[in-house]
Design a protein around this ligand. Structure first.
Ligand SMILES: [Zn+2]
Length: 216
C-alpha cells in the first residue's frame, strides 16, 4: 500500500473507532508505521473529526520529522513498534465496557480478560492488565514497554486498551473482541464460563505462540 492510501486508511479507521463509540471526546490516539517512520495523531485531536492534517510524522526514535505536537502517548506507540517488528499499526482507545471491567479487577494480571469466545482468544490471545498510571507518565510508558514484547493487546486499568497489529483492520478486530468479552463479563456478573484451557492450548499450538506466566 502506498503512503497516501495508508494515511487515508489511518483517518478512515480512526473515525470508525469514534463512530462505534469505542472512544469519545479527545480520547484515544492511533498510529501506523510506514518504513522507518511513524505517523501518529496529534495531541488534542478528536478521532471522529480526524483529517490528514492532524497527523504527525516521527522517526522510530521519537524525533519529530513533520507536523504538530504528537499525542502525549507517543512513547507507548514506539514501545510497541520496537517490541513487535511485525506491527504496522498501534491503536490506543477508551472503550466503555473494557474500562468498566478493569475497575473490578484488584491486581494487575498477565491474563485479565476472560476468553468467553474463541474469537477473542484466536485474535488477542491472553490480554494482560496493567495498574492505573497517569496519562502520558513515564510509569505508564514503562509498564506498557515491559509487556509489549509478549502480548498483542494490553488492558490499562481505569483508562483503556492499547493494541499492536500488522494493520489497522486487525488491530480494530482485536479491540472489538476484547470489548465484547469485557461486556459479557459484566452481563454475566463474572459467572460466565470461558473456553476451556484445552481449547486455548489448541489455538496457541495452531498459531505457534506461547505466553509468559511471569515477566522475566
Ligand atoms: Zn488514553
Amino acid at each position: 500500500m502506498n503512503k497516501e492510501n495508508s494515511l487515508h486508511d489511518l483517518v478512515r479507521f480512526s473515525r470508525l473507532l469514534y463512530d462505534r463509540h469505542l472512544v469519545h471526546a479527545e480520547g484515544g490516539n492511533t498510529s501506523i508505521r510506514i518504513g522507518n517512520e511513524i505517523w501518529i495523531t496529534q495531541t488534542g485531536t478528536v478521532l471522529g473529526r480526524l483529517t490528514e492534517n492532524d497527523l504527525t510524522r516521527l522517526s522510530l526514535n521519537g524525533e519529530l520529522l513533520s507536523g504538530g505536537k504528537p499525542s502525549k502517548e507517543w512513547p507507548m506507540h514506539l514501545a510497541f513498534y520496537h517490541a513487535r517488528p511485525q506491527a504496522g499499526a498501534v491503536i490506543h482507545i477508551h472503550p466503555t465496557y473494557s474500562i468498566a471491567y478493569s475497575t473490578l479487577l484488584d491486581e494487575p494480571s498477565l491474563d485479565a480478560v476472560p476468553a468467553y469466545t474463541s474469537a477473542l482468544y484466536r485474535r488477542a490471545g491472553r490480554v494482560p492488565m496493567i495498574d492505573y498510571y497517569p496519562v502520558g507518565s513515564p510509569e505508564l510508558h514503562q509498564a506498557v514497554s515491559a509487556l509489549a514484547p509478549y502480548f498483542y493487546a494490553i488492558l490499562m486499568k481505569q483508562h483503556g486498551i492499547t493494541v499492536a497489529a500488522p494493520d489497522l483492520a486487525t488491530a480494530i478486530g482485536i479491540i472489538e473482541e476484547i470489548e465484547q468479552c469485557c461486556h459479557i463479563a459484566l452481563l454475566t456478573n463474572g459467572k460466565g464460563i470461558p473456553i476451556t484451557p484445552a481449547e486455548k492450548d489448541a489455538i496457541d499450538k495452531r498459531q505457534g505462540r506461547t505466553w509468559p506466566e511471569t515477566l522475566p
